[in-house]
Ligand binder design. Sequence first.
Ligand code: SF4
Ligand code: SF4
Length: 437
Amino acid sequence: MGSLSQWIVDEAEKMGFDACGIACATALDKESAHMEQWLEEEHEGEMGYLTRNREKRYDPRLLVEGTKSIVTVLYNYFPKQQLGDGEHFKIAKYAYGADYHDVLKRKMRLLLERIETQTGKLEGTRIFVDSAPVLDRAWAVRCGLGFIGKNTMLIHPSLSLIASRNQEPPTTPTNPLSMIASRNQEPSTSPNIPLSMIASRNQEPSATPINPLSMIASRNQEPPATPNNPLSMIASRNQEPSATPINPLSMIASRNHQSLSTPHHQFLTAGRSQRQGGGSFFFIGHLFLPLDLTETGQVLTNRCGRCTRCLDACPTGALEAPFHIDARKCISYLTIEYKGSLDGHDPTLFKGWMYGCDICQDVCPYNRFALPNVEPEFQPSDQLLAMREKDWKSLSKDEFEALFKHSAVQRAGFEGLKRNIDFISGGELRNAVHDDE
Ligand code: SF4
Ligand code: SF4
């Protein structure tokens, strides 16, 4: 790895990112073919923004002119304790704390500043956290940070898994060398639609992405999901409404550092943290840089083997086949992006999820390697922890704002969340939103 590339990866990890990798900015030809097929099947539902700016989505050099390299970071958001265990209503884990778009962008701005201490001021840089037509997971794979699972999520293998061949990932061979392939061997992946994070800001790019003034000029466009960070708001105003979460942060975790010494581990760890945590509960962020950097990662092949737990567990059948998701059936899409009536769906299939859904991640054996994040901003408030089903059913707008002022849940909004609570409660609160107003 080139010395600057190595420095960036090391610096990112010192700053608390869980993993960092670098890839050359080129067209995503193979990945775009999957996406095109997915769109052709109209599985995107009402996320019409996914059909726009396709060329820019498939080639970062068209999205941000002059981009030569993409630095991808992962940030753990797996919580210490899960909300909604038992009979309670559930929220996707990525939305327990502050809005990840704002938090991660702030941290990435600091990383960019650190890089500029080595390079001097860079023109034409951009930071994207689910905030533009960027195929997040495809870039994470290209940067060597994981593989796409059958649940369409990026799976970041645990170092402990890699280090110990006897550990049980899913059901497949555990030879780390089998995970690595030349890029031509990369199996077909998902269309990289972050459905677990459907509420994330899959936003359209600005016409001139590198000119802050043009970004400010278009404020009439869709507001960001969360209002708390003016800088990130300006940056993302040009973008289409969010879809959400993939899905993704814990930078300081006191993880047991893994010491790997065998040569074939060296390149696996070159672009990633020495922490042991793995799985799919990571936020993904990208720095687009006008720098020729050395690629850091080896692309990992899919490693699901014969496992089908995510497909078997998906209650609505949204995971129709490996790597193939129909957003229109997905609880994440339906509870966040979809604005219409949920009549016609079966509330019992929602399994108590009122915002997003983590089922296909919770059952994934790779998430056995998830470690709790220690990011203060991602911790749920005491007020949120105290909420019970009866409290959700009587939620007022003021309570909603107090609970979710700086949260990605703003994406659904008060009325959207009430609609979902009403629906999963079996319709008993059908008129509650209006009564509360
Ligand atoms: S409904 Fe839930 S389990 Fe099924 S694909 Fe969507 S997020 Fe995954
Ligand atoms: S649950 Fe099994 S099949 Fe699904 S992504 Fe995880 S390892 Fe792959």
